[in-house]
Design a protein around this ligand. Structure first.
Ligand SMILES: Cc1cc2nc3c(=O)[nH]c(=O)nc-3n(C[C@H](O)[C@H](O)[C@H](O)COP(=O)(O)O)c2cc1C
Length: 168
């Protein structure tokens, strides 16, 4: 059992340790047309039911971060068993940027102009409630304004550096 590695800096040891935490993959979508963008996160969770709110931790150096404050609305969706290719595109794999990340999946646009993944297990259109800076990231708080669900979609997890699937 390796509980301590003195050769690593504390941030490096933290990142290495976090590989042992099971993450549920979810997707933040933001922006329209040529400025559409998004990122996959494992930090998206429920915050409050009344009113319905979610949170996610977004790196302030990511290309999406400035858009979130500017647009004021975004989509948040859990990823399902079939969505590893979507996750890879929205992590910027292969250098994919902006609208190119949306290729190869089906999207619906809500009344508030938010694009949501059509077959996501759960997908919320959100208004930006707050962005609280801490360290390298902002805690993005979204107030849920619209809800879609697909209970058959399963789940996409990330653990020990690899995607894993849960399916009924
Ligand atoms: C499984 C997985 C989980 C991630 N979780 C987060 C996260 O919670 N917050 C975050 O800011 N970036 C996270 N990332 C990184 C972003 O998805 C993405 O790689 C990065 O923001 C791309 O930056 P860019 O848009 O500037 O190219 C994660 C990446 C992967 C593959």
């Amino acid at each position: 059992m390796n509980t301590e590695n003195r050769k690593l800096s504390l941030p490096e040891a933290f990142k290495s340790a976090m590989r042992g935490l099971v993450g549920a993959c979810s997707l933040i979508t933001v922006g329209q047309g040529e400025s559409a963008n998004g990122l996959v996160v494992t930090t998206g969770i429920s915050l409050s039911a009344e009113p319905p709110m979610i949170l996610a931790c977004v790196n302030r150096a990511s290309s999406c971060w400035p858009l979130l404050g500017r647009e004021g609305v975004f989509g948040w969706q859990a990823l399902g068993a079939a969505h590893q290719p979507v996750a890879e595109r929205f992590s910027g794999k292969g250098g994919l940027q902006g609208p190119a990340r949306y290729a190869g999946a089906e999207w619906v646009t809500t009344d508030s102009g938010v694009r949501l993944l059509a077959d996501a297990p759960l997908a919320f259109a959100c208004a930006v409630e707050d962005m609280i800076d801490q360290g390298t990231h902002s805690i993005l708080i979204g107030r849920v304004v619209q809800i879609r669900t697909d209970p058959e979609a399963g789940a996409l997890l990330y653990w020990d550096g690899q995607y894993r699937i849960l399916q009924n």
